[in-house]
Design a protein. Structure first.
Lengths: 299, 248
């Protein structure tokens, strides 16, 4: 369980996080989304005891991070910054962490095998590619076989196979009852991985929803594809139903599929596709954070 | 705490800095010992003073311990490893304590190796010149103070590193402070008849304790206590800074 309660963090005159509250339940993978500068990293760092809140509190497994006993076995984390000494080998980096965390060093080789770094384990970390650094970070996070994982952009630098491996790993960890919170800017990837999303904007919560709820945000609309889109649009308009072209001969219709089917049938119009429209995570994300996205693109 | 101290040792062992530091320490001690024995006048051979001068060559280990102490903390900020260190050990005071304990052990070992190296150079060399060291109570006392002083210098370095955190300013600032600032402060205080106050500065106090400075300032016992107070004071300041800061 992860709890963020009325968290506020101010750096001088900059308000990075503003009265943010959400919880993440065990056994789920939760995506933590927001535009650049929304306060995601600050929130995750506050959760991990690296940043002191101006107000509010955070807790992992019921306690502030700093008060967790045997923390390496309770929480694993990957943050955006590379945190290994460049002159130390990947294996020795993990050995240092295992020693400090009271973890058997045999676990180091297991993790190196798991993240497919065994071949590069004795090379100095400064020679690692971005993907290898990310895998080393994941190995460090998993070293203590933790109950909770907090991952900031864990897919950065991973190739498609690596991303798929990570997705399967996170799903399997959640299936074991662990809690996973991850931030990512790759929304398509997040959509395939998470059960829930927490979307923040300018440091404030704008929506916490399950993926089913995200998809249902376009409920009541239909998507229809036909070789005669103009004729169908006219027939729908005559029946008092609004529609709009969405490309490739398809129309988005502000009515349930049943109503669209009835109008098409009455007008003897051939249909190639008729489905309930589902909102994508990207559409929902952009609609909820639109003003911020505009500001970013203007910069 | 044992695990954290062991992790600090592993951190030191697993970078190339360790080899460089050890070679530098032993090289300085060896050159100083060889210089002292090699340039000794015939009439100085067999005297207690020559033995004292020779044994004190091992004090170069304290300079290296001081630098290693600074590096052991500042390297965490220089390479960003402090994030992972704080994640694994969220109670930051434990990190600082582990570093202080580790540097004390390391410094003691370094000083003892330095003393053995001095003996390994001086004993056969003096034998060739038909003489020997005077290994009396004074020599044993100096050897003991060399070990203790090296431990204090190392611990002082950890405190400096924890307060400053940025590596280059910490190293350059600390060396300038010891070599220039303390001398300058002493001279300025002398102008107003307060030169005795300068004896309480960290470098002067530790040098009085280990015997590098021999004047009518602080007694060795008081100098040791003053040095220890600086170690504790800087450690406390470093802890205050570390415990309140955000790692972004």
């Amino acid at each position: 369980m992860i709890e963020v309660e009325s968290l506020t963090k101010r750096y001088g005159s900059t308000l990075a996080v503003d009265d943010l509250s959400f919880t993440v339940a065990p056994g789920t993978v939760t995506g933590f989304l927001g535009p650049n500068g929304a306060g995601k990293s600050t929130t995750l760092r506050a959760l991990l005891g690296l940043v002191h809140p101006t107000a509010g509190r955070t807790a992992v497994l019921g306690l502030p991070y700093a008060e967790l006993a045997g923390v390496a076995h309770r929480v694993g984390a990957v943050l955006e910054t590379f945190d290994a000494h460049p002159g130390r080998s990947g294996r020795n980096h993990l050995r240092v962490l295992a020693t400090a965390g009271g973890i058997a060093t045999s676990r180091v080789d297991e993790l190196l095998e798991l993240v497919e770094l065994t071949g590069a384990a004795r090379r100095r970390a400064k020679g690692y590619s971005l993907g290898m650094r990310q895998r080393l970070g994941l190995a460090a996070a998993l070293l203590g076989d933790p109950e909770v994982l907090v991952l900031d952009e864990p897919a950065n630098g991973l190739d498609p196979q690596g991303i798929r491996w990570l997705r399967d790993l996170l799903r399997s960890l959640a299936a074991e009852g662990r809690t996973v919170l991850l931030s990512s800017h790759v929304l398509a990837e997040i959509a395939q991985t998470v059960d829930e999303v927490v979307i923040i904007h300018r440091g404030r919560l704008v929506r916490q929803a399950t993926m089913a709820e995200v998809e249902a945000m376009a409920a009541g609309e239909a998507r229809v594809r036909t070789p005669e889109p103009a004729r169908l649009a006219e027939a729908l308009a005559c029946s008092g139903v609004l529609s709009h072209a969405i490309g490739d001969g398809a129309l988005g219709v502000a009515a349930p599929p049943e109503r669209v089917g009835e109008v098409a049938s009455a007008n003897r119009i051939v249909l190639h596709e008729l489905t309930t429209a589902r909102a994508t995570l990207e559409e929902v994300f952009l609609s909820l954070t639109d003003s911020d996205a505009g500001e970013n693109s203007a910069q | 705490m044992t695990a954290l101290v062991a992790a600090e040792l592993l951190k030191f062992r697993t970078t190339r800095t360790a080899i460089g530091v050890l070679l530098a320490a032993l090289g300085l001690v060896a050159v100083a010992a060889a210089g002292t024995v090699g340039t000794a006048e015939d009439n100085a051979l067999g005297t207690s003073q020559l033995t004292q001068d020779t044994v004190s060559s091992a004090l170069f280990a304290s300079l290296v311990a001081f630098i290693v102490g600074i590096l052991s903390v500042t390297v965490e900020w220089r390479h960003g490893t402090v994030t992972r260190t704080f994640l694994v050990t969220p109670r930051r005071v434990r990190i600082l304590l582990a570093k202080e304990i580790w540097i004390a052990i390391f410094s003691a070992a370094l000083a003892m190796v330095g003393l053995l190296l001095v003996l390994a150079i001086a004993v056969p060399w003096l034998e060739l010149r038909g003489s020997s060291l005077v290994l009396d109570r004074d020599a044993a006392s100096l050897a003991g103070r060399t070990v203790l002083a090296t431990m204090l210098w190392g611990a002082l370095g950890v405190g400096v590193g924890a307060v400053v955190q940025s590596q280059t300013p910490a190293l350059v600032g600390a060396i300038l402070w010891i070599l220039l600032a303390e001398v300058l402060i002493g001279a300025l205080l002398g102008l107003v008849d307060l030169e005795g106050v300068a004896d309480y500065l960290p470098g002067r106090a530790l040098s009085a304790f280990d015997g590098t400075i021999e004047d009518d300032g602080l007694t060795r016992g008081v100098a040791g206590v003053v040095g220890l107070a600086w170690v504790l004071g800087l450690g406390a300041l470093g802890w205050l800074r570390m415990s309140r800061q955000d790692v972004t």
